[in-house]
Design a protein around this ligand. Structure first.
Ligand code: ADP
Length: 508
């Protein structure tokens, strides 16, 4: 969990990362402990082994038997170590199968998906898929187990035959009067115990060996170096203040592992205190632009300057602290309302007054006021019987309250109002306006009515900036923005004409 703090977001786009993570995660909790207990078991088996060896070594006729027992154990040790390694390699290379199996299980138990999975009757399909992968995965493991067992059966036959001759020799010595009858019990007992100790030492050591291989997975994962790091000492002039300039210089970007540019040659400049609205069709690259600005990813080419300093020169956590953000896929945490909001400024002492203020600003205080324990009400019914389930619009208001609570210098809302009704949206934009002072706000919005308040509208198309300007300028230009705005406005006008008022109310 500690390590994930420094893992690049880019890593989450690569299957190889999930493989490493799964391999590390699977064994991390129990392997080290197993190695520790196995080590003690080996030590105790060795002490026992030495005790019985001493018994045999003191007998001139029998001392060589110790070496026979050790020599006939060698094949068993070799097979044990070979199969522990084979097993490790198999498990490691089949990470994809296990991840797929886990994924199918999660699909069938995921609360957010439960509605769709039931309506489309997908459970059986996921179970079938699970079983297919399961059979493939376990057929490999079964093959290894069968092979290993066959080897051990062969080895057991050889070692039993050898033991038979060793016992027979002791019987012969008893019969010939060299040993007493009591010696038979002592020496055959010693042989049995030495064999048992040797096989115990071998199998436990093989397990320790396998354990260390698995721990290597963990170590390899822990060695993953983040690339989103501070390049140099944070420049003095880049220390936080309230108003910031942001500049994109020839920024182009490809997602890791992808060969297509998602953003191409972006050149933009946002003055301190501006309200910027990013506009464009789905997939135009708006969210990606936000991810680059917040340095969740580094540009493939070009650079982004904050107050004239490359983002890469900032200390990452101080940089992140500059942003109050609501992503499209914002977090819904099974904590209380108060905690959900306070997560916006986790390193500061929680101030209840400000929590309430943020809830008011995000238009959430109405429904929170109606909850049984107000802002102390636990959300979601995963842990608490009295947990409250919220609508997606209510969750969104909580997420917006979190951004308000962050009281950050740069406010970013990525499609913040997608699940809100127009009245709530207008109210939130007004709140942002009043709160803004000299803070920079950046909105991504599909409802172009919100763009009218912007000091700069940026129109993105296929990863390129095609227009920038104010609402008035872009409308006069009669370009892309004009087309998008007029199409949307026309739709609203037609809907208002055509449908009864109850429907019309849902739109602006
Ligand atoms: P918008 O916010 O304008 O709808 P995005 O910035 O989310 O668009 O996406 C732009 C393009 O980048 C899309 O074609 C999308 O498929 C691609 N994309 C988004 N996220 C990733 C990712 N993590 N890995 C690869 N491609 C991505």
């Amino acid at each position: 969990m500690e390590k994930t703090k420094e893992i690049d977001l880019a890593s989450f786009d690569l299957p190889a990362f999930y493989e490493k993570l799964e391999n590390a995660n699977r064994e991390a909790s129990m392997r080290p402990l197993n190695i520790l207990t196995a080590t003690f078991n080996v030590i105790s088996a060795m002490i026992e082994f030495v005790g019985f060896v001493v018994v045999l070594l003191t007998v001139p006729e029998l001392w060589w038997m110790v070496f026979v027992i050790i020599v006939i154990s060698v094949p068993s040790a070799v097979i044990n170590f070979i199969y522990r390694r084979k097993n490790f390699r198999y498990v490691r290379h089949r990470s994809k199968d296990r991840r797929q199996m886990n994924y199918y299980v999660n699909l069938t138990v995921d609360k957010d998906l439960a509605k769709e999975v039931r309506i489309f009757d997908l459970t059986d399909t996921f179970i079938d898929k699970y079983q297919n992968v399961f059979e493939k995965y376990f057929s490999g493991i079964k093959k290894l187990i069968v092979e290993e067992s066959l080897w051990f059966s062969g080895i057991a036959v050889v070692s039993n035959i050898t033991n038979f001759f060793l016992y027979a020799l002791i019987v012969y010595y008893v019969m010939s009067g060299k040993f007493l009858i009591g010696d038979y019990a002592l020496y055959t007992g010693a042989i049995v115990s030495i064999s048992a100790c040797v096989s115990q030492i071998i199998s436990i050591s093989a397990n320790i060996y396998e354990g260390t291989l698995f721990v290597d997975n963990l170590i390899e994962f822990m060695k993953t170096e983040p690339t989103v790091v501070c390049r140099a000492q944070m420049p003095e002039k880049a220390k936080t203040n309230c108003s910031h300039t942001i500049e994109f210089q020839n920024v182009s970007f490809k997602y890791p592992g992808a060969d297509k540019y998602v953003l191409k040659n972006i050149n933009l400049k946002f003055a301190p205190g501006e309200t910027v609205v990013l506009v464009g069709l789905n997939g135009a690259g708006k969210t990606t632009l936000i991810k680059l600005l917040t340095r969740l990813y580094d540009p493939t080419e070009g650079k982004i300057l904050l107050d004239g300093v490359d983002l890469k020169d900032y200390d990452v956590s101080s940089l992140y602290a500059l942003f109050g953000i609501v992503f499209q896929d914002f977090g819904k945490y099974a904590f209380t309302v108060r905690e959900n909001v306070s997560f916006g400024a986790i390193h500061k002492k929680v101030v209840d007054e400000r929590i309430r203020e943020s809830l008011v600003r995000s238009n959430a205080e109405d429904f929170v006021g109606r909850l049984s324990e107000k802002e102390h009400t636990p959300l979601m019914r995963i842990f608490e019987q009295n947990g409250k389930e919220l609508s997606i619009g209510q969750w969104q208001k909580i997420a917006i309250a979190r951004a308000f609570y962050a009281d950050a210098d740069i406010l970013i809302l990525d499609e913040p109002t997608a699940s809100l009704d127009p009245l709530a949206e207008q109210e939130i934009f007004n709140q942002f306006d009043s709160l803004r002072a000299d803070k920079t706000s950046i909105f991504v919005s599909h409802r172009l009515s919100s763009a009218t308040i912007a000091s700069q509208i940026v129109v993105l198309e296929n990863g390129m900036v095609v227009e920038t300007g104010t609402h008035r300028e872009l409308m006069e230009k009669k370009g892309k923005y004009h087309l998008l705005f007029s199409t949307q406005a026309q739709r609203y006008i037609e809907e208002k004409k055509d449908v009864p008022p109850i429907h019309g109310k849902k739109e602006e």
